[in-house]
Design a protein around this ligand. Structure first.
Ligand SMILES: O=C(O)CCC(=O)C(=O)O
Ligand SMILES: [Fe+2]
Length: 530
């Protein structure tokens, strides 16, 4: 699929170019065909006008008689041919051409379409984007919580697009967004010259979702509007009666009358009207960190420091200055600046691009690798032997961290497309995950090194919900942390996530270090949480 990585989406622009060219040639052929038909029609009209003004003298001329016959035989055949076989033939040639194209992978599938819709809805949710603004193609958010910057766009969503987004929300049981998108679809439909959606269909979804949200009175009004357009609508009158009954019941209840007992209806209306104050979930914290909201105290933050790495004992790095910034103390999470050069990044991206595949996750129970909605990106693995740049980068990471790369996993290169993300997770395997990393035979993932290989225009932070910090991608920099305590126990505070990319493309690469080989580099501790 295409939507999972931005590099693949770039190919779609070429496809769009090819489709445009094919459509151009079809329209040119169609224009020619119609021009021929118009020409024949005009000559028919001219001849008919002249002939009718004086039929006898006109037909007295044998040439004219011949022409008339010819018009109604050969010329008519041509007209028939141009009118019937014409459009489909022209179209057939162009379609064959396009189908040839679509058998190659440059054509998006319906799965890509639904992935793109999913991504838009995820972005709207995570970044609290306003429906109308989004429909106008405008996005107002920047990096690092620098809100208020508007990313401009010339293209807007049609009523039909908004309807599809609403339908998608509906199939996810997300009635809140269904209502927003269906309302937007209705507004847009009013302004459209060529309608891209059907008012009745929108009203039906809108009414039902409005009811699901607990506003029965408004659901009834919308259903009445639907009945005005389509009095015999198969479901509307039943729904109308149902809503009226619910309203009657709740009003008679208020008056103190005992209505008939219809417990289901009441249970629905009552549970819908109660909004319980609930504790902030991990999801809420994660999303607020993605939006760049501050979650650590000024005091904690004030203790974090910047320094230069001591490179005196590091042969390859002795002459370099490496800037380090602490992002958190315990667990110690640090950001290194200017680690990869633009050239190295280009080489790594070039090597990885042809190998990118939808990223997988390990099934917790079976140990199998599978694709999951909570991790949307494409990734590839690069060996040190593949290119001297990869070998050099591995070497550099080894020197900076003092950890052995010989037992580390290969360099994983990841590209996230629009909406691409990785929800909160641990990089290490929990005790109950039996098969994790068994085949590697090098123990658990002791530490994570993550290179940022692009700037991201908006979104795409790496966030740690239990710590309340966000690390923002900066081309060339890297973030590093230990996943395991010295005892070998997993550090539960290292739970982290990659926020959805809102604007731009995010490239990262990472090195996962394993326990074996580090015995003298990071000796074990005896205490559980040391
Ligand atoms: O891309 C990121 O910011 C984090 C990626 C990550 O956590 C992972 O790949 O395990
Ligand atoms: Fe991770």
């Amino acid at each position: 699929e295409m939507f999972t990585a931005l590099v693949d989406m770039e190919k779609l622009l070429q496809t769009e170019g090819q489709v445009t060219a094919s459509l151009d040639s079809y329209l040119r052929l169609e224009d020619e065909r119609l021009a021929k038909l118009r020409h024949i029609r005009d000559s028919f009209v001219r001849m008919h006008r002249v002939a009718s003004s004086d039929i006898h003298s006109y037909l007295a001329n044998p040439v004219n008689a011949y022409i008339l016959v010819k018009r109604l035989t050969t010329d008519w055949k041509t007209v028939e041919m141009l009118m019937t076989a014409g459009p489909s033939e022209t179209a057939k040639a162009v379609i064959t051409n396009l189908t040839d194209l679509s058998t190659h992978e440059t054509f998006p599938s319906t799965e890509d379409l639904s992935g793109a819709v999913d991504a838009l809805l995820r972005l709207q949710d995570t970044y609290k984007l306003d429906t109308s603004t989004l429909a106008k193609g405008l996005i107002t958010i920047g990096r690092k919580g620098d809100f208020g910057r508007t990313v401009n766009n010339q293209f807007e969503l049609s009523a039909g697009d908004c309807f599809e987004l609403g339908r998608h929300s509906y199939s996810n049981n997300d009635f809140y967004h269904t209502v927003l998108w269906m309302q937007e679809a209705l507004e847009r439909l009013d302004d459209e010259q060529i309608k891209t959606a059907n008012r009745e269909e929108i009203l039906e979804y809108l009414a039902f979702s409005t009811y699901q949200r607990g506003n029965i009175r408004h659901a009834l009004a919308l259903t009445n509007e639907l009945l005005e357009i389509h009095p015999n609508h198969p479901r509307a009158s039943g729904n109308k009666a149902y809503y009226e009954r619910l309203l009657y019941k709740s009003s008679s209840k208020k008056r103190g009358d005992e209505g008939d007992d219809v417990p289901i209806d009441e249970a629905i209306t009552e549970s819908m009207n109660v909004l319980e104050p609930k504790e902030e979930s991990e999801r809420d914290t994660y999303e607020s960190l993605c939006r760049g909201e501050k979650r650590i105290s000024a005091e904690t933050e004030s203790k974090l420091v910047c320094y230069y790495l001591d490179t005196t004992k590091k042969p390859y790095l002795r002459l370099t200055h490496i800037k380090v910034e602490e992002a958190f103390k315990k667990p110690h999470i640090v950001v290194y600046y200017d680690i990869l050069s633009d050239y190295e990044i280009e080489v790594i991206k070039k090597l990885a691009s042809p190998k990118l595949k939808r990223a997988t996750v390990q099934n917790y129970v079976t140990g199998d690798l599978e694709i999951a909605r909570y991790r949307i990106s494409k990734s590839a693995w690069l060996k040190g032997e593949e290119h001297e740049v990869v070998a050099k980068v591995n070497q550099r990471i080894e020197e900076i961290t003092d950890l052995a790369t010989s037992t580390a996993e290969e360099l994983q290169v990841v590209n996230y497309g629009i909406g691409g993300h990785y929800e909160p997770h641990y990089d290490f395997a929990r005790r109950e995950e039996k098969n994790a990393f068994k085949s590697l035979g090098t123990g658990n993932r002791i530490a994570t090194w993550l290179n940022y290989m692009s700037d991201v225009e908006a979104g795409g932070a790496t966030v740690f919900p239990l710590l309340g910090i966000s690390v923002w991608p900066k081309k060339g920099s890297a973030v590093f942390w230990y996943n395991l305590h010295k005892s070998g126990e997993g550090d539960l505070l290292t739970r982290h996530a990659a926020c959805p990319v809102l604007v731009g493309s995010k490239w990262v690469s990472n090195k996962w270090f394993h326990e074996r080989g580090q015995e003298f580099r990071r000796p074990c501790g005896l205490k559980i949480n040391s």
